[in-house]
Structure formats: structure tokens, C-alpha cells
Design a protein. Sequence first.
Length: 351
Amino acid sequence: MIEDKNTARTSLSDLGEFGLIDHLTKDFEVKHTSTLKGIGDDAAVVHFDNECVVTTDLLVEGVHFDLAYVPLKHLGYKSVMVNLSDVYAMNATPKQITVSIAVSNRFPLEALEDLYAGIRAAAKIYNIDVIGGDTTSSQKGLLISITALGHVKKEDIVYRSGAKDNDLIVLSGDIGAAYLGLQVLERENQVFKVNPQSQPDLSTYSYIIERQLKPEARRDIPVLLKKLEVKPTSMIDVSDGLSSEILHLCKHSKVGATIYEEKIPLDPTVISTCEEFNMDSTTIALNGGEDYELLFTVSQDDYSKIKANPSITIIGHINQEKEGVHLITRGNTKVAITAQGWNSLNENKEN
Ligand code: ADP
Ligand code: MG
């Protein structure tokens, strides 16, 4: 984002490590009774009545994010979402996170305050205790590692491995938007480099940019499924694109799958932006990534409970492993979905 030359820049070395930790963590308060001790001792203490799920993600500047167009507050928020999404994908409720950062001294304190403002906002909205972390320096750039702890009753846990032949394949929300949002931001960043005075009007892209910069983890989906009295047979979150996630589910469940191109839920902005960028919207939906939707399978017996629900779409069904993993295109061509991606479709595609 465009740096405001008037904002204060306090050097990290002025505070020292402990001053920095105190400054960044002073506003975190403990909300959950399961958090017996949060920040401030050698380790946090948590108490679980049920099973505990644990997940970690590491985000590296230049690999996972580019600070040229990602505001630090959004980055903080998104790094929490990435972890919460994994917890929801286990059908669990996240309760605590730890946040570890490595930061070079090119960052002023104000930058880290922005990062933590995003983390704090996410923790507040999603009702999470920040219970610890670590702070260290890096030679170059920023690294953020977050670990999330979630609680779930043993009988409610949903693994990737439970999909059965004939199960329905279901997706929350819509996909492809986050990747396209990134394309728009990268394009505008190139324009900005050439002409820093340019004031782009991005309002037509607001949905896809928001999906890239400020994703929301689907905490409503485990709640909805519970209300509908549906327990998915398998579940995964869509962080890397639909094709790679469906392949993960199938591999772990030892099944195959059929997905219908016409069923893949796309926002109208995704369709119009794909036209503008001369991209195929199905390719983007399958390979884009960072959507943080939930992909799950349910028994055919549950069809009447989930049909016609606006939050979820049935996009296909599970078949036997030997039948493989395929997409049925709008032109009714059967195309193998492979880990290598999607090129085969473009060669075979009829329309
Ligand atoms: P130690 O030397 O025992 O690792 P630290 O001085 O690094 O302890 O951390 C002091 C307290 O602050 C601990 O509770 C730790 O979990 C917490 N903490 C350190 N860095 C962060 C951070 N970046 N975000 C949140 N909590 C942090
Ligand atoms: Mg430490």
C-alpha cells in the first residue's frame, strides 16, 4: 500500500525485545475459561474437556505475501483466518492461538502495531484468546507463524479420510475470487510503479479484492451442519484450489470423484473479471486457491437436509477409487483432474 510519509516511525531497537513484546501484547485479554494462563509466563496453560486440534501455518514475506499491496492490518487478520479455517475444517471450534513473528529492523514499530491490530480484530470477531508466541529478528523481511488450538468432541471430528462411494460433494460459498483479487492488485501495483500519481478505481473489483485481502474463515458451516443434523463424512478447507483439495480428500479416503463444471459456484465478479483478463473461470476456480471455503462430503441420505441451502452447493459425487477423479465439463467432456493442474482440460475442452 502507499506509504504515508507523515506517519511516525519508531525504530524497533528503541524498544528492545521485551519492550516490543509488552507493547504488542498489552491489550490481549483472556476470554475463555479454558485459558488458565495466557501471555506472560514461560508457557500458556489451557484446559480441555474434549479433544484438542492443533494446526500451524507459516507465512513468509515474498513467498506468501507482498507488502507492496497487502496492508499489514489485513495481513494480521488473514494470518489468523488461515489457521482458523483449518480448525473449522476438522469440525472443531478454535479457542486459542499463539503468534510468532520474525521481523527485520527495516520495519518500524508502527508497522507491527498495524499487524497486531489485524490480529486483535480477528481474535475479537472470532472469539479467540491470543495466549503467547515468540518474537525474534530476521535478516530480511517478515515471517509470521500462528498456531491455533481448537476443541471438539471426539465423535464430532471430521477427517479427510471418511468419504464413501456415492457421497455428495459439497462446497461452501464461491471460489476463484481470492486469486483474481490478487491479479487485480498485482496489476495495479505495476501501474503504480510506472505512475505513482494514478488513482485507480477498484470499486468494481471490491468483492474479489476483499476475498484476497480479508478472507473470512467459514465458522458458520460447522454450526449450520450441526443445526441440519448432518455430520460430513470428510472435510477439508480450500486453501490451494478445488482440484488439489478434492485430490487430497480422494487420496485420504481411497475414493474417486466426479465434479460438474456447471455446478461450481462462482460470483458474477469472478466471471466478468475472468473475461476482462482473458482467463477461464473454471481454471481459476480449480487452481486459484486462498478461498478458505470448506469442501466436504455427506451421505446421500442427507440430501434432503442440505439441498437448496444458499450457503452450500452440491458440486458432484464420490465414486470408486478405480474410476478416478474427473470433471464433467459444460460440453459434457470427462476430463481427469490431476495434481499437475489443469492444462489437459484446455486441450480437450469443447466449448
Ligand atoms: P521466553 O523467553 O520464555 O520465550 P518471551 O520473553 O519470548 O518468553 O515471551 C514473553 C511472553 O510473551 C510469553 O508469554 C510469550 O508467549 C509471549 N509472546 C512473545 N512474543 C509474542 C508475540 N509475538 N505475540 C504474542 N505473544 C508473544
Ligand atoms: Mg520467547
